[in-house]
Ligand binder design. Structure first.
Ligand SMILES: [Zn+2]
Length: 276
């Protein structure tokens, strides 16, 4: 079994970018999250797949009915924080406040228990490991924020779900699917790596992981399947991460979603996680 996760956020929730995408301007930007998330729900339903939807608190606050629709469709709800800020740029107090705000927004939307977290842009890394202890103290059992790749994480991070010890107790870390290519570790289960890869390559990597006894964790954003996404000028790295090979991605995503077995992270890790 594997997990297909969703980070539920708007197309303009991009870390570290100010100007027109500054937090204060978010209410003025055209919202797409309702329509694109509903489209994702239809895709999951048609494929008979239940997933884990990490909902941004800012989105839950504005669209509580959308959270209800995700729950009604049988999916697991996790937190994606509230303001979509890199964890490693926050103090532990700021992180706790952001986490609390996201949990409150989800509670108002009708989700009473949230135990899985994903940081914006995989931002729990060597600079923010303290966040894992904070998560445990806030009642979280699962974190899916540490990517075993350079730039956002570290290639030496384990590739399979594993237990990490903190002063507050253990937490299960569920890393996203990566692959080795041309001497580098590349993203395969999310972002540009997922969008650029032929489905057969992704499915072969999932099968390879499963044969080794490991699940694969994948992730998609609602804005990645938007047929006509609003575009803004971004720095080169963010431009690549957000706009590279969006064309035709819905079809590739659909093929992958239907060709492997996916369950919510909570179910997946209850069955398969083992301490390292
Ligand atoms: Zn995000």
């Amino acid at each position: 079994m594997n997990a297909f996760t969703v980070d539920v956020e708007e197309w303009f929730h991009i870390c570290g970018v100010e100007g027109p995408l500054a937090t204060t301007n978010w209410p003025n930007l055209p919202s797409r999250v309702m329509s694109t998330t509903r489209q994702l729900l239809d895709e999951f339903d048609a494929a008979g797949v239940r997933g884990t939807f990490f909902v941004l608190g800012w989105v839950a606050d504005r669209y509580p009915l959308l959270v209800g629709e995700i729950v009604a469709a049988g999916h697991e709800i996790g937190s994606h924080g509230y303001w979509h800020r890199w964890v490693h740029t926050q103090t532990s107090e700021e992180f706790s406040a952001d986490l609390d705000a996201s949990v409150r927004a989800l509670a108002v939307a009708g989700v009473s228990s949230v135990t899985a977290y994903r940081a914006p842009e995989w931002s729990i890394n060597d600079r923010s490991r303290w966040a894992l202890e904070r998560l445990v103290r806030h009642g979280f059992h699962i974190d899916a924020s540490m990517a075993p790749v350079r730039i956002v994480g570290r290639v030496s991070y384990p590739r399979r779900p594993h237990v990490r010890a903190t002063w507050a107790g253990p937490i299960v870390e569920a890393p996203p699917l990566v692959t080795d290519r041309l001497g580098h570790v590349m993203p395969l289960g999310w972002g540009w790596g997922l969008r650029m890869s032929p489905p057969r390559r992704v499915l072969a990597a999932i099968e390879h992981a499963n044969r080794a006894g490991d699940p694969a964790v994948l992730m998609v954003h609602p804005w990645e399947i938007d047929p006509d996404p609003p575009r803004v000028s971004l720095p080169a790295r963010q431009c690549f991460a957000h706009y590279f090979r969006l064309g035709g991605f819905l079809d590739r995503f659909r093929t992958i979603l239907r060709a492997a077995t996916f369950v919510p992270l909570g179910e997946l890790l209850a069955a398969e996680t083992r301490p390292t």
